[in-house]
Design a protein. Structure first.
Length: 132
């Protein structure tokens, strides 16, 4: 599945951002590779990356400082549109490497960015504020 400004009518079988927003779990749980190219800022982690990694999909995305700081080499970064298809070709053949990266990204999301961990951190912060 492909997310981002290039894909709305580009590749057969694609899912637009609107489709993903309506059916995140169903669509992403079926995707082995998710290509995300729908953000312009370098300081945030797009929710699409969190959702895709939570579904254990391999993510291809432009390099973003905030994303790289959290996920490191567990995601696949591309520099321009022409890089995408060779990367997709490589990782569809190298399924062991793709699976390792997807599992590593899932673990990072699970440990750092899941809703339950956010609640836990909020509660810890609340207790600290209350006691200080």
């Amino acid at each position: 599945y492909f997310l981002g400004r290039f894909w709305k009518n580009g590749i057969k079988g694609d899912a637009s951002s609107e489709d993903i927003a309506k059916n995140d779990n169903k669509i992403l749980s079926q995707a082995k590779i998710v290509i995300i190219d729908n953000y312009e800022t370098n300081n945030i982690i797009p929710r699409e990356i969190i959702n895709a990694t939570a579904s254990r999909s391999l993510v291809l995305t432009p390099k973003n400082n905030a994303v790289y700081e959290i996920y490191g080499d567990s995601l696949i970064y591309y520099n321009n549109f022409n890089d995408i298809m060779p990367l997709v070709s490589y990782y569809t053949k190298m399924t062991d490497i793709a699976t390792q990266k997807a599992n590593k990204a899932w673990q990072i999301t699970s440990n750092n960015l899941s809703s339950s961990n956010s609640v836990k951190r909020f509660n810890e912060l609340y207790e600290w504020i209350k006691n200080n």
